[in-house]
Design a protein around this ligand. Structure first.
Ligand code: URP
Ligand code: ZN
Ligand code: ZN
Length: 459
């Protein structure tokens, strides 16, 4: 099957050129002006941007949390991703206590098999560090699972002590893996949470008040210090605050290999959303929490200056009606996480490019190219170039629409950007040369997504 995407503006992280993209089978064959070639199909991209399919390097499909599971599984969540212009996700497999990392990885491989409609890879969440898990890390790097998430928060559930973190970091300095860090000081936060609950402060807003930005800043600083001691890079996930960003900037200015992502919710939503009345604030409970609005400008500055390299979603949806309500009367029982995999591409295009905060090439870098490089997928993914997978979004920058749970495809009963007007829509979405979305029609199928073996860090 040969497809010609004709007459568009081809945008990569490095260039913006007027031209045609020839796709042969699963990969891009050529980019050129007015290509005169025999093809099976022509897609008219005039007045459209032709951009790489998005890579969301932080999702949680079918994830157990607080006695329930995130509402999207690999079938529904990857369909929603495709609708939104994202053609690759990297999800998190979780090690259970007492089991090998390999066993956790295999459980998540089984969850995705036959279901995923876009390509996928895995990071592994490490809950216990011992000689066996360290050896497991080496083996997983060889199997294309090259990044490991550690937690400084959630004592008794995910949190690791500094010695364990340091041991894991030393190991990645030898095996080519990358440590991803959930940086919040879980010990101090837990003490605050118990005190607030004893004092009867149980509403969702208290989720934010008990997880102050200073404790994200402290943990980020500590994570980077430990990584420097181990002589390795570290990647801070879901960075939400100026306090954490300052720790990253300070370290990078001193030459540290410190990297970080932020997420749309931290750029567009705020702590005020947690204060919505009648328990509606529960819809906005995630960790780290949404911050006071004045943190947002710092995060945008971080994206512009490349102190933040990636925008991921941390997509971890829970239905409001029967899951978020588990925390009525006790904010600490509200399942943590927000939906977003479908909206990232358009929200960042509108709030970033249309709003004049970032340029087109930087947009592509943040949503596709940088995650591909960071997580060992480049240049197979994350760009439009001869030989790369033909994961392509034909994007109409003129279409205006309103984001809403009534029209989204994520399997969750609310949209945290409900009512937001955005200009720009993925019109055609292709995965390895096949059209998955065209206009209002979906052509993907469960099992179409392939497991991606990722390369070591740095790629
Ligand atoms: O609230 C969040 N972020 N839920 C997902 C789990 C995590 O820590 O990324
Ligand atoms: Zn986390
Ligand atoms: Zn997450």
């Amino acid at each position: 099957m040969r497809t010609l995407i004709k007459g568009g503006t081809v945008v990569t992280a490095g260039d913006t050129v007027q031209g045609d993209v020839l796709i042969d089978g699963e990969t891009v064959a050529t980019i050129g002006r007015e290509l005169d070639v025999a093809v099976d199909r022509v897609i008219d991209a005039s007045d459209r941007y032709v951009m790489p399919g998005g890579i969301d390097a932080h999702t949680h499909m079918d994830m157990p949390f607080g006695g329930t599971f995130s509402a999207d599984d690999f079938e529904s969540g990857t369909a929603a991703a495709a609708w939104g212009g994202t053609t690759t996700i990297v999800d998190f497999a979780i090690q259970d206590f007492g089991e090998s990392l390999q066993a956790g990885f295999e459980r998540w491989m089984a969850k995705a098999a036959g279901k995923a409609q876009v390509d996928y890879g895995f990071h592994v969440i490490v809950r216990q560090v011992n000689d066996q898990t360290l050896a497991d890390m080496d083996a997983l790097v060889g199997q294309g699972v090259t990044s490991f998430k550690l937690f400084m928060a959630y004592p008794g559930v995910f949190m690791l002590d500094d010695a364990s973190i340091f041991r894991a970091m030393q190991r990645t300095s030898d095996n080519g893996g990358l440590i991803m860090m959930h940086a919040e000081n879980g010990g101090a936060i837990d003490v605050l949470v118990r005190r607030y609950l004893q004092e009867g402060r149980t509403d969702p807003i208290n989720h934010a008040l008990t997880r102050p930005a200073t404790m994200e800043g402290e943990a980020t600083h500590r994570a980077i210090a430990l990584a420097r001691l181990a002589g390795v890079a570290v990647y801070i996930v879901h960075l939400s605050s100026r306090d954490a960003l300052s720790a990253v900037v300070e370290a990078r200015d001193r030459g540290a290999a410190a990297f970080a992502e932020t997420c749309p919710q931290y750029l567009f939503l705020s702590q005020d959303d947690l204060a919505r009345p009648d328990f509606e604030g529960a819809k906005y409970v995630c960790s780290p929490p949404l911050r006071p609005r004045d943190h947002q400008q710092d995060l945008w500055n971080g994206l512009v200056r490349d102190d933040l390299q990636i925008v991921s979603t941390d997509h971890c949806p829970f239905d409001y009606k029967d899951q978020k309500v588990l925390g009525r009367g006790d904010f600490s029982r509200i399942p943590n996480g927000l939906p977003g995999v479908e909206d990232r591409y358009s929200v960042l295009f509108d709030g970033g490019v249309n709003a004049g905060r970032i340029g087109l090439n930087r947009f592509v870098e943040l949503v596709a190219t940088a995650p591909a490089r960071m997580f060992g997928l480049y240049p197979q993914k994350g760009t439009i170039a001869p030989g790369s997978d033909a994961d392509v979004v034909v994007f109409d920058p003129t279409v205006e629409r309103t984001l809403s749970a009534s029209t989204h495809h994520m399997r969750v009963d609310y949209n945290c950007f409900e009512g937001m007007r955005v200009r720009g829509k993925p019109e055609v979405v292709m995965q390895r040369g096949e059209v998955v979305v065209e206009g209002d029609r979906f052509y993907g199928r469960p099992g179409q997504g392939k497991f991606l073996k990722r390369g070591p860090f740095p790629g």
